[in-house]
Design a protein around this ligand. Structure first.
Ligand code: CP
Length: 317
């Protein structure tokens, strides 16, 4: 079994079933810090460096909160325009990381370029956590999603997932790899211009994932145990920042999940996950149905990120 000590978390491609289970187990051990809102001392001699080249609410703040909950320290930036990487100098990943590694013991990076955290890991002597790279992957988010499903459904095996939204999204790539490690089948629903690429389909087939595609959520929802959503009204994830346009458009009915649809067509115990932020694909009146699990998912962000930090920094075996 591969140790987490000093390990870069860049992709879920190289995660095995026991890796998920070990993170879930440590998450459950550390959960009291999050549940009881009490900070401990487990990582009091460690420092996290956050290097966020793209906006984030959940990923950065829950990673920082996880470090604080374990008594650790945090330095970093949430906007590259305040650093030499985002001004006149356009300082390279290599040069930036060769500074950041002296400022802490682990680097959590979000970047608009796919592969940027991998490049950082090449030069860094401390572990790098990919907190989302362009359209690439978002491994920590999907670890949180899988933990949420495991806890809520009591298993990951034997489930059918309905995945709705923009299949270019980094979460969709990471969850594709994650599903393939369990006895999970999947149906993907996306607008044609945002559907699974042939290359990614080949990759999913090569890891024996059983999946199909449907045109609308409505026709596929009845079979789903887990409904996993992303917007189709979408920002360009290859840019550092996208300001709001006057008219962002509405989500076509085929890619929405509504309260009525859940009542009339979904399994009684189906759960809805959304990594957030949402647009109109998931109306707010779904929030108080028994299906909604995205707020639990958000809470689990702190739990699982505590587990990852503790494992990577050697405070848990
Ligand atoms: N789920 C997620 O990645 O949210 P943020 O972009 O706010 O971090």
């Amino acid at each position: 079994m591969r140790s987490f000590l000093g390990r870069d978390i860049l992709s879920l491609k190289d995660f095995e079933r026991h890796d998920y289970m070990r993170i879930f187990q440590v998450g459950e051990e550390l959960e009291p810090y999050a549940r009881d809102r009490q900070n401990g001392e487990l990582l009091m001699d460690k420092t996290l460096v956050t290097a966020f080249y793209q906006p984030s609410t959940r990923t950065r703040l829950s990673t920082e909160a996880a470090m604080h909950r374990l008594g650790g320290h945090v330095v970093g930036f949430s906007d590259p325009r305040m650093t030499r990487a985002g001004d006149f100098y356009q300082e390279s990943i290599k040069d930036t990381v060769r500074m950041l590694e002296y400022y802490g013991d682990v680097i959590a990076m979000r970047h608009f370029q796919q592969g940027a955290p991998h490049e950082a890991a090449k030069w860094s002597t401390v572990p790098v956590i990919n907190c989302g790279d362009g359209w690439g992957e978002h491994p920590t988010q999907v670890l949180i999603d899988m933990f949420t499903i495991w806890r809520e459904m009591g298993t990951l095996d034997g489930l059918h997932f309905l995945l709705v939204g923009d299949m270019r999204m980094r979460t969709m790539h990471s969850i594709g790899y994650a599903m393939s490690k369990f006895d999970i089948s999947a149906t993907f629903v996306a607008p044609p211009e945002m559907s699974l690429t042939e290359e990614f389909k080949e990759e999913l087939l090569s890891v024996n994932l059983v999946f199909d595609e449907a045109e609308t959520t409505e026709e596929a929802i009845a079979d789903a145990d887990v409904i996993y959503m992303e917007p189709v009204v979408q920002a360009d994830y290859t840019r550092s920042r996208v300001e709001v346009e006057e008219d962002r458009g509405l989500t076509p009915a085929a890619y929405r999940v509504t309260r009525e649809m859940l009542r009339d067509r979904a399994k009684s115990d189906a759960i809805v996950l959304h990594s957030l932020p949402r647009m109109d694909e998931l109306p707010t009146d779904v929030d108080d149905t028994r299906h909604a699990r995205y707020w639990v998912e958000a809470y689990n962000g702190v739990v699982i990120r505590m587990a990852l930090l503790a494992l990577i920094l050697g405070a848990a075996e």
